[in-house]
Design a protein around this ligand. Sequence first.
Ligand code: TRP
Ligand code: SF4
Length: 400
Amino acid sequence: MFVDRVLSGMRPTGALHLGHYQGVLKNWLDLQNEYECYFFVADWHALTTHYETPSILEENVWDMLIDWLAAGVDPSQAVLFIQSKVPEHAELHLLLSMITPLGWLERVPSFKDQQEKLTQRDLSTYGFLGYPLLQASDILIYRANLVPVGEDQVPHIEFTREIARRFNHIYGKDVNYEKKAKEAIKKLGSKRGKLYQKMLNRYQEQGDLDGLAEGRALLEEASNLSIGDRERLFGYLEGGGKVILSEPKALLTKAAKMPGIDGQKMSKSYDNAISLRDDSKTIEKKIRTMPTDPARVRRTDPGEPENCPVWQYHKIYSDPDTQKWVDVGCRSAGIGCLDCKQPIVDSIKKELAPIRERALKYEEDPAALRNIMADGCDRARKIVSDTMRDVKDAIGTSYF
Ligand code: TRP
Ligand code: SF4
């Protein structure tokens, strides 16, 4: 039976917060029950933007891994590893770089976005331009078909699919396939046949996606083709042939609904996060000092939950009865904001207590953590050796 294979990576940002838990990790916990899962620390990706501050990398890696495990990511269900401990990722990255048109990389939206956003960093490096290709290698080397990511990463998955297609086109053709495709092109007639060939070259040699779109449109209109020939030419245009690297799909994770304690996006750098390892006192203090609906200046002023970040937390943590109690009590000034916050304090404390306890266990036993990761990295290396053999066979660098 075919089992879906899931792969996802996270850059090592250090200790994680509730936003990561609600937005990403809980999703991973569901996935690991259902699929063959590979979760890894993208430490090389961190270096593409933070190459000047390597000192924080190692600590961040361990801190993040502790939080994965504490949250319930289970090394007996999912393979956990560190990208740089599986150097084949870099080998595939190099081989794929040979066939990657520069224009494809320059067109990935995160390239310009990040350069504009992170102005204090020098991101005009080769490594940063190659970020999406490294990510493509991460995915393709495991032949993962599902990649859970947020909205912002979807262009990277689309890019990965294009790289896989291009690779298969260049290295996956057998002689007959090519011959049949050529015959089918003849059937298009000389004018349309030439146009098709032109679109194909534009797409495959220059990486021009309009060439792909126009070529497809041309085939849609070619009514004299048999279904078989039409499919063949669609595949030939896209770079079909033997599938050596398979195309993954993005498994879209809904944007986290969990704002920070100031109502903005939760982020360590905004200093508005509840960390997964915060103790009860800290949780209490953070929630109690959370801003509320600015219109509720006095206890007797009625409020509007939709204007209050605390209400967002109730939407995640409270049952319908409690939500009703908040809604009525807030609008009628029947409850105070501290009353309103108490059930949140209780829920978050309850959710984080076992996580903190498990984290403590790993903090105190770094050797256990290292063993888990050494084992995961071994398993990952075994999997990738298959793909690399096929890739090298196809390219012609197997030798012996
Ligand atoms: N770019 C991803 C992020 O910033 C991290 C990542 C690297 C990744 N390689 C990956 C995610 C492969 C999924 C699959 O979140
Ligand atoms: Fe916010 Fe609750 Fe206060 Fe209303 S009662 S303003 S929802 S904290």
